[in-house]
Design a protein around this ligand. Structure first.
Ligand code: ARG
Length: 563
């Protein structure tokens, strides 16, 4: 925050520009103990430059620094410790947060440039898996974070709506399917047909030929095949929309794999033209030996295109359409090789924008230590899981706050928030153990705990301040307020860090710390006591609600006023 810069500036001033402000700012540490002040500058690296012992440099600097925001400067061995003027600084922080409101923590890093983010991207006619849930939740949060950093974000759902499986599905439907059953229960029924196809095909290998034949028809634009394909797609999408509705996630585009069907020829021609394609047993591949990677398969010997062909074409299309600065793919880590290959092929094609492509991988969701599987009809339908979380949340709320008016609305916010937070509190590369009971606890490291803290702070505001008038608030100089203020001051840095790392967990962890800090404050300080700092304390509480609410929003979670 700006205070670090002020401190750095003061130091540079007395160093006759031996180091730049940036260098000094990077060196400044957050001291471990309160008695060491608010910022500490280590003098080790100056010793050589000045040919002087670090502790002597510290003494010298400490005696010279003088700024109204810095109340005291003390040499502590080789360190210069700076103590901020609590009264002035706290007033400034509170004024900033209260005037900026939910814009507090915004950055202009992106300068309005475009970022395309490809996330969720489930497969038509298959269940929405736990992996897709992770992609949805992480991708949605990253979108919010990137937007807060000043980029224009384009959210793309790259639906898995193309590929040989549609040939199988058409064959299976024509043989065993019933329209009404598909309408009633699309995903379940389509999955059932798909599984049945594989069972039957074990004894009747000509079914596979049939399927290839129908997929070819589909690729060539056959009317009947197209109608069936579109119907499967529409029905599946209706089901997925229910999940997106519950999670409150929206997309700018649903252009999935099928969208690129008529655009891949051009890609392949281009690759030929650049002499990048090699034939290998009748198939077209691009060698990536020089990167120690297996070749990227572009076209099979029967002429069919592949997942990678569609991703190459999609990246080119997106660059043309959106001129993105960055394009992120929020997809499980098991697809790392695929993305490495696709990005390198684009690099070989000479596209400098390929440097902006980034795979953002994540780990698995586990149940009792095992990967949750959606295979062979043994499906846990995600919609049911979310609804169960909402029901459990409602039971909790009925116990805790029986008089709450809009219980079911709040239950939705809490149940959904619990699922999202449980995912995002972990670094995304880690595996997550799925447990509804753990997620829904109101204490500990859960979404409901943060939401509850927000609601509690909001209720104090209701009790203490009917005017919501925070003009001319006095600064706060007590140590309890100071610890809260210092953490609130960190919010912009936390956002920048989560942006740089593509890590929503930076924010969720921070929100847990803020909640903890506030709950300690609440237990130690009489916030509503009638003295001349009451309005300042309320301004502090108001600032907490702003930061908690905005932080939760960045994760994709709502903050109810009461719960
Ligand atoms: N549909 C794919 C799957 O479920 C994920 C697609 C990810 N996005 C992409 N552009 N490849 O595995």
């Amino acid at each position: 925050m700006e205070f670090k810069k002020i401190f750095a500036n003061e130091i540079v001033l007395h160093l006759e520009n031996l180091l730049s402000i940036n260098e000094v700012e990077k060196l400044i540490e957050n001291p471990k103990y309160e008695q060491q002040g608010d910022m500490a500058f280590p003098c080790f690296s100056l010793a050589k430059l000045l040919k002087k012992a670090p502790n002597l440099i510290a003494i010298d600097l400490a005696s010279k620094i003088n700024h109204p925001f810095i109340e005291n400067v003390v040499a502590d061995g080789p360190y210069v410790n700076g103590f901020l003027n609590k009264e002035i600084v706290s007033k400034r922080i509170l004024d900033t947060i209260l005037s900026e409101g939910n814009h507090y923590g915004n950055h202009s890093i992106g300068m309005g440039k475009n970022v395309v983010i490809d996330f969720s991207s489930p497969n038509i006619a298959k269940p929405f898996s736990m992996g897709h849930l992770r992609s949805t939740v992480i991708g949605n949060s990253l979108s919010n974070i990137i937007e807060k950093c000043g980029f224009n974000i384009i959210k793309v759902n790259h639906l898995g709506d193309w590929g040989t499986q549609f040939g199988k599905l058409i064959v299976a439907y024509k043989l065993w399917g019933e329209e009404q059953q598909v309408r009633n229960n699309p995903i379940k029924e389509l999955l059932h047909l798909y599984v049945k196809f594989h069972e039957e095909a074990e004894n009747k290998p000509n079914l596979e030929d049939e399927a290839r034949y129908w997929f070819k028809k589909l690729e060539d634009g056959d009317e009947e095949a197209k109608i069936l394909w579109k119907w499967f797609r529409d029905e599946s999408l209706k089901e997925f929309s229910k999940i997106y509705g519950l999670l409150d996630v929206e997309f700018d585009s649903y252009q999935g794999e099928a969208f690129y069907n008529d655009k891949m020829d051009k890609t392949i021609k281009h690759l030929y033209h650049q002499q990048l394609i090699k034939e290998s047993e009748g198939a077209d591949v691009i060698e990536l030996k020089e990167f120690d990677l297996p070749p990227c398969l572009i076209r099979k010997s029967d002429g069919a295109t592949l997942y990678a062909t569609r991703d190459l074409t999609a990246a080119m299309f997106r660059q043309k359409e959106y001129q993105f600065e960055k394009a992120l793919y929020v997809v499980g880590q098991e697809q790392s090789l695929h993305f490495k290959q696709v990005f390198l092929v684009l690099e070989k094609m000479g596209y400098s924008w390929s440097q902006g492509l980034e795979h953002v991988p994540f780990g698995f969701i586990l149940k009792e230590g095992k990967k949750m599987s959606t295979r062979k009809g043994k499906v846990v339908l995600l919609e049911h899981v979310i609804k169960e979380a909402i029901e459990l949340a409602e039971e909790n709320i009925k116990l805790k706050n029986p008089d709450l008016e809009n219980k079911s609305e709040v239950a939705k916010m809490v149940g959904v928030g619990a699922i999202i937070f449980h995912d995002l509190k972990n670094e995304r590369q880690n595996n997550v153990e799925f447990s509804l009971e753990d997620m829904l606890r109101f204490e500990g490291t859960t979404g409901p705990y943060v939401q509850y803290t927000h609601a509690r702070a909001t209720s104090i505001l209701r009790k203490g301040n009917d005017t919501n008038d925070f003009f001319n608030v006095l600064g706060l100089s007590d140590n309890h307020s100071w610890s809260v203020l210092k953490i609130l001051m960190e919010f912009p840095n936390v956002i920048e860090r989560s942006f740089n790392l593509n890590e929503p967990s930076q924010i969720s962890k921070y929100l847990l710390d803020v909640s903890q800090e506030f709950n300690t404050y609440y237990s130690r300080v009489k916030i509503l006591a009638e003295d001349n700092e009451k309005q300042g304390r309320l301004a502090l509480v108001k600032s907490i609600t702003i930061v908690l609410k905005e932080g939760l929003r960045l994760l994709g979670i709502k903050a109810p006023e009461k719960m």
